[in-house]
Ligand binder design. Sequence first.
Ligand SMILES: [Fe+2]
Ligand SMILES: [Fe+2]
Length: 291
Amino acid sequence: MCGVPADLESSPVRPGSAGHRRLLAQFFIDTHVEYVPERIAWPALSEAELTRLTGLPFWQEAVSTENVTSNTVAAAAEIEPDPQVRAAIALQGFEEQRHARLLTALTAHYGIPIEPPPPFAPRSLEDDFLFAGFGECFDSFFAFGLFALARKSGYFPAGLVGIFEPVMEEEVRHILFFVNWVASRRESLPWWRRPAFRIRCASIILKQVASRVKTARALGKGPRRQTAKPSENFTLTAHQDLGAGVTLHRLLHTCLEESDRRMSRYDARLLRPRLVPGIARVLYRLLPASI
Ligand SMILES: [Fe+2]
Ligand SMILES: [Fe+2]
């Protein structure tokens, strides 16, 4: 799917090599899609559809998250020395900002009240980028499955599903870009600095896992809307809203299927996210189908 220069198509790519960086930047830039959120014709919704949409608990959090992510990613372009890869990171920042604009346009159109997001306060450009990227690896994986279930069940009207399909595909490209960027960044370091980089990544991943385990535990103790910030980690719980028969087991299966399907469209020489699908595969095998 992604346009790759002919001379790269058959050559092996080693993470961190010039060829890998070129492939990474090129795939991302070539698969960018143009759309303008402010020009979208939002579909008319029935009373019931509107009530369901406006009742979703995550709009405020979603706008704030996209705002933080877009600022984090845009700022991170500065740390990348390779001009092509830097341009790809800047483009990702633009896409994340467009997600925030899309949510703003949607909430304005359907009359969902949203407070302006808090001002962005960067800490460390690289750590913030790693934190946002690993968080997206978790959230996007579950979003792929939830989106497929929502599409099949008619939970959202087809018009809205069509509008959000490019957003899903952008999240596929973001996490694909991210895992390759992390590998490239690590390999470009002198050997003696790589262990510290791995440890930093591991500690950031653990923070992201801990946040999701906390939510899962809270859910086990009672109704979700009373136990956790309602919008937090919505992807872990939303399957319960998608109707009868949607168990966690089925959600995991759908996420794995959708992740493989969406990733298969991109150049096979790019590394694939392994951690989150790996955890999901283990859980899928261990959990009984009734859960
Ligand atoms: Fe996003
Ligand atoms: Fe993203």
